[in-house]
Each structure stands twice: as structure tokens, then as C-alpha cells.
Design a protein around this ligand. Sequence first.
Ligand SMILES: Cc1ncc(COP(=O)(O)O)c(C=O)c1O
Length: 341
Amino acid sequence: MELSTEPAIDIPGELLDLYGEFRPTPLFEARRFAETIGTDCRIYVKDEGTTPSGNHKANSALWIAYHCALDGVGTIATETTGNWGVALAQAAARFDLDVLCFLDTASAAARPDRAAMMRDAGAEVVVVGEEGGGDFDPLVLSANAAIDHVRAMKDVWYIFGSVYNYFILPQTLVGQEALAQLGGDAPDVVVGSCGGGANLLGIAAPFLGRPGVEVVCAESEHCPIVSAGVFGEYSIDDRDFYPRLRTYGLERLLGSEYIGGLGSTIVAAPVAHFHRQGQLATRTFTADDAGKAARIFAESEGRTVALETGYQLAAVIAEARSRSRERILVNISSTGHSRFA
Ligand SMILES: Cc1ncc(COP(=O)(O)O)c(C=O)c1O
């Protein structure tokens, strides 16, 4: 699956039933949000906040848990800034798998509810401390901790929660469903926030390279992985554990502000590919911009969204204000509070 060149991959029946418990997720038009920001563009929101974990990661979590169970894996270790750990813990519980989540201290402090949700679903949570320097990459830090654990234990498997195709593939359900819900009529603009790239590629997959559709990647100014990433060979850990990919990477984060899952210093190879081809635009925001956009959305649409979703709403506001009468598609990648900067 990781290296497949097939244009489409079938979803096994058992998984289809599980997805069917919450898919298709709703798509709604955010009219009051559009009114509030003063645009005549129509803004369509694909609501992945209605998955069991309240975020888009549930799609990959079920897929991965299913395949792990099929392969006889008993225990999975992973890194998380919160949302992924919740999704994996819940999905793994459906297949009787044990999960160990390595969570960085900044995420544990910024959204304490996520660790509680992981534990509620039966996962063990290990909070990993800062190893000096404010610009450490929390994802690398917790990935390294998970890998060290896996190396020391027998029969524990490490699964990274983004970047690689096994994770991205199930996310592409989101964009395909949205296109069907729009009656097959592609929007003018598709917006997704980008950490490792799964969220962006999930909503944008059917639209990338399609004439007349602009795909916009929303990133953090402290991790401008797409606009400032350097093409090379990178892995998500610095323990020589996961395979290297030819893609964009950053040496380090450019600040210490909390940016949740947008602090990935490596991005999925297709994101780098489409950006190099000129088929992916970027918009870069501060956590303050993201927080403001999330607040406008909460006040106008009555939905509280996570920090990462705030970044993509900031991009929607920027796009909507620079266009007229166009159709913009975005998703809620997660509900739930985050402490904004
Ligand atoms: C709610 C939410 N949105 C978006 C992202 C972006 O992540 P990725 O690009 O790896 O899918 C994350 C990552 O943790 C997230 O939790």
C-alpha cells in the first residue's frame, strides 16, 4: 500500500462498516461565518469533527488498527500532540489492541482533555519532557521516545501518525466525499492546514492538479514546512528507524509558540511534489491569527475548533477577502479546545 501506484484502493468490508458508523460526515455551508468576515464567497465546511474522536485522524486510525490486527500486532506505540492519540486509542479498542501514546509536555499542558480521552479509551499515556532548547520539535521528541521504547521491548510496533502513505490514503475519503456532496462540482479553492500533510492531502486529493481549482496549504510561521522546507531526504525520527523520504524538511522549528500538530519538520512527499510543480499555494500564519479565526468561527457558527483548524480558517478568511463570488472548501479537522497563544 505504501508504494502502490494504483489510482484507487478498495476499503475492506469490515472497515467499510466501521466507517459507515460515522461517514459520510456532514458538509455544511458556513453562511454566518461568511457574513461575519464580509465576503460574498460561499464557504463549504466538511465536518470531520463528527468522527468518534472529534477529528480527521479517526479515518487513518481505523485503517491502521484494522491492518495491525490483521497482521497479529498486539501493542502499538505512537507519538501524538493529542488528536492522533485519541483517534488511535479509540480505534485500537475496537480491535483489542494495546496502545502506548507518547505525548509532549507542551501538548499535555495545552490540551489536557486529550490525554484523559486516550486513557478513557484504554491507552497508556507517557508524557515526554523537553530535552533542552525551546525550538525542539515535539513530534520528533515524542517519536524518538516511542522508538526507544519499541527497541527496548518485544512485540511492540511503532506507528507514526502522519506523513507516510499508509496514513494519508484513508484521509482521501474526506475530499472524495466532499466532492460528491458538492454534487461533483469542484470548488474554486480548497484549503487545508498542513503538519505532516495528511489533513491537507485528505481534503485536497481529488482536486490537486485539476484545472480551475486552487489548493491552499495553511502553515504556521514557526514551521513553514511547505513554503520554506528544503528538498532532501528525511525521516520523522532521528534514530534511523523510519524510512527516509525524498521530500521537504526543516532543520528545526522557528519559534517556541505552541502550534500543536502543525509542528512537523517533515512533510508527506506528495505535498512537496505538488508544491514543486506549482500546484499548491501556501499561506503562513501566527498562532494569534489562528486563534482569532477560530474565535470568529465559534461566534458565528457555534463550533469550537482546535488550533490546527484555526490556521486553515485564517487561510479561508484571507482567500475569501481576496476573491468574489467563489466557492471555498475547507474541513473542520478537529473540534475541541486548544489554548491559543
Ligand atoms: C486537528 C488537526 N488538524 C490538522 C493537523 C495537521 O496534521 P497533518 O498535516 O499531519 O495531518 C493535525 C495534526 O495533528 C491536527 O491534529
